[in-house]
Design a protein around this ligand. Structure first.
Ligand code: HEC
Length: 318
């Protein structure tokens, strides 16, 4: 066994086996264990030195043993030592694939003609080449049948179906990853469980200013059709997540609530619409007309350009 591999293969083999086992069994997070724990690095260095030491010691022992043998024993020893297992299967396969005739049989192949002493061998095609050629024929036949007779998907169609599949997977993912929602993507949650969690969140955080029935106090009335910062799920989500106008007292709840929770409480807030609170606060803001874009979706610069052009049109009209 020892003679099977030379030491320059044996040492790295043993070393990397130990290294691999350590990496496999040590839980070191993203980084490799020997970087995460410097002690492992030290250990590996020691392992490496010990393997080399073992090699050196065994070689030395072998040498001493060898020197103590008589001549006949030395030759026998050497003969057995170098009778290492040859990779006969590999070399046979290689010979078969290359398919050359041994030198002593070349006279069977030699052709008659002779150009100034240069003669030609009539070798068979090398089997590796021939089998490769057959393989391409089979490949070609299958390809032709698949794409030109049975109209298999070409790469555009494959791309499209991959896109469609990805879209489905994305939807699936979004269903499980509820916290991916923001004010651009939020939709009204109709699920009773979501509404009741929304209610719990509202009662825990919001009633101090908006009252349990949404009638309003420090904060505006949430049951009427009037909104200061815009109604509809997207605006409500945005107000809750980003907060109200400076100094008004409505903080940005994204600090303390998860996106999924803000979506639930937003949906709950919308269910308050039309309730008749005990002490309703007077309406503030404007009546909300649905389907209006979220204000922030139009960047301020663009808004200024639009306003400026409206003003200039107005100035031009006689
Ligand atoms: C400290 C008091 C306070 C708390 C607590 C509070 N709000 Fe408000 N809220 C306000 C004030 C004040 C405004 C008005 C902001 C403005 O005018 O810019 C407001 C505005 C709003 C609006 C927009 C109303 C409109 O007319 O546009 C919504 C929606 C809202 N709050 C929901 C909530 C929710 C949900 C919670 C709990 C997570 C909450 N608020 C907690 C004070 C509060």
């Amino acid at each position: 066994m020892r003679n099977l591999f030379p030491s320059y293969i044996r040492v790295p083999l043993v070393f990397f086996t130990i290294f691999g086992l350590i990496e496999f069994f040590m839980d070191s997070g993203e980084k490799p264990a020997f970087i995460e724990y410097p002690i492992i690095m030290l250990f590996l260095v020691l392992v490496f030195l010990i393997i080399i030491a073992i090699e050196v010691i065994i070689a030395a022992l072998e040498n001493i043993m060898f020197q103590s043998l008589d001549e006949a024993a030395k030759t026998r020893y050497l003969a057995s030592k170098y009778k290492t297992i040859k990779f006969t299967w590999l070399s046979n396969t290689y010979k078969k694939l290359v398919g050359t005739k041994p030198l002593e049989k070349e006279h069977e192949l030699i052709l008659d003609h002779n150009y100034d002493g240069i003669r030609e061998l009539d070798n068979d095609l090398p089997p590796w080449w021939l089998y490769g050629f057959y393989a391409t024929i089979i490949f070609g036949a299958i390809y032709l049948a698949r794409f030109h007779i049975f109209n298999g998907d070409n790469q555009y169609e494959e791309l499209e179906s991959a896109y469609a599949q990805a879209k489905i997977e994305l939807e699936e993912y979004k269903k499980t990853a509820k916290d991916l929602v923001d004010y651009n993507t939020v939709t009204v949650l109709a699920d009773a469980a979501d509404i009741s969690s929304g209610k719990t969140i509202f009662e825990a955080n919001c009633v101090a200013c908006h009252m349990a029935d949404g009638g309003g106090g420090i904060g505006p009335n949430l049951t009427d059709k009037y909104w200061i910062l815009g109604g509809g799920i997207k605006n409500v989500f945005r107000t809750i997540s980003e907060g109200g106008r400076d100094g008004k007292g409505m903080i940005a709840w994204k600090q303390s609530l998860k996106p999924s929770e803000m979506a639930q409480v937003s949906s709950y807030v919308l269910t308050l619409q039309g309730n008749t609170p005990a002490k309703p606060k007077d309406p503030e803001g404007d009546i909300w007309v649905a389907e209006e874009a979220v204000k922030s979706e139009i960047p301020t610069e663009a808004m200024e350009v639009i306003t400026d052009s409206i003003i200039s049109i107005e100035n031009e009209t006689p």
